[in-house]
Design a protein around this ligand. Structure first.
Ligand code: C2E
Ligand code: CA
Ligand code: CA
Ligand code: CA
Length: 274
């Protein structure tokens, strides 16, 4: 909204009012939506080009409201984090994803987004372990995507949590890498297995210094001894440049959009193409 002239201000303020109203609506609806079972997980493949196959699937939360339809996690996750609803929702996501992973091909892991709030919760590691026990999923088939912002809040605690996860055999990918304030020296103290290049870098890879920026991230991954995964890969040209930069694993619309998991005959499964 732009505030231009006298009428412009009116437009501006009514837009602001609508945003606040929508926000409040989400806040008041989240609990009921969760109880009602509006939430669902979609899965998006992660492809290892050297192995020439899908190695994992990222679980992405979907909210389908009976009247208002799909509401983006970019809208409701931050609100769920503020209100605390991310607690129960996040637990549900982890449990459901681990359950679903058991019907995915055995050589694939499931990658689950962990909110900073969840990551710093007391007993987070114990909870993760209990979910693995309950669902019978092997720790090696779970990957947690944790943002660098989450890790930087309380670095010593984060380092301890990451160590415990690693001891359990759970791998961690640093999500949205490069988009927040990152302290590279602390990164060296953290135990994790992957850096995930944010799609904002991938979409700019063909422009100006975009290629050099991505090469630098891959170089950093190598120095740290971890793998690099790129998200938001949409075109062959982007994939070619990422490959040239030394990126290992690819995820994006080029390989598959997030889609619901379809289970047939209790065993045979597929991730439906959309
Ligand atoms: P994210 O973890 O960075 O996820 C990547 C986003 O990029 C996803 O959006 C995905 O659908 C989208 N994407 C995948 N491939 C492409 C592509 O080729 N092009 C473009 N333009 N986009 C692509 P989505 O599903 O809307 O999720 C948005 C954000 O919401 C996620 O960003 C994550 O921060 C959060 N989120 C989603 N599910 C969960 C969850 O279960 N728990 C938590 N805490 N956060 C979640
Ligand atoms: Ca449902
Ligand atoms: Ca993610
Ligand atoms: Ca991202």
């Amino acid at each position: 909204a732009r505030a231009s002239g006298i009428g412009g201000w009116a437009v501006f303020s009514s837009d602001m009012g609508q945003v606040a109203e929508h926000r409040q609506w989400i806040e008041s609806e989240l609990h009921a939506a969760f109880q009602r079972g509006d939430f669902d997980l979609h899965y998006q493949p992660q492809v290892d080009l050297l192995k020439g196959r899908i190695v994992g699937y990222e679980a992405l939360l979907r909210w389908n409201h009976p009247e208002r339809g799909a509401i983006s996690p970019m809208e409701f996750v931050p609100i769920a984090e503020e209100t605390g609803m991310i607690g129960p929702i996040g637990e549900w996501v982890l449990h459901k994803a681990c359950e679903d992973a058991r019907v995915l091909p055995e050589n694939c892991f499931v990658a689950v987004n962990i909110s900073p709030v969840q990551f710093m919760t007391k007993d987070f590691v114990r909870y993760v372990r209990s979910v693995l026990e309950k669902t019978g999923l092997d720790a090696s088939r779970l990957e947690l995507e944790v943002t660098e912002t989450a890790m930087m809040q309380d670095k010593e605690r984060a380092a301890a949590i990451l160590r415990e996860l690693s001891e359990l055999g759970i791998s961690v990918a640093v999500d949205d890498f490069g988009t927040g304030y990152s302290n590279l020296s602390y990164l060296m103290d953290f135990t994790f297995q992957k850096l995930k290049i944010d799609k904002s870098f991938v979409s700019r890879i063909e422009k100006d210094n975009g290629g050099a920026v991505v090469s630098t991230i891959v170089g950093l991954s190598r120095a740290l001894g971890v793998h690099t995964i790129a998200e938001g890969v949409e075109t062959e040209d982007q994939a070619t440049l990422l490959r040239a930069a030394g990126c290992d694993v690819f995820q994006g619309y080029l390989y598959g959009k997030p889609a619901p998991l379809v289970i047939r005959d209790g065993e045979a499964i597929e991730v439906r193409r959309v």
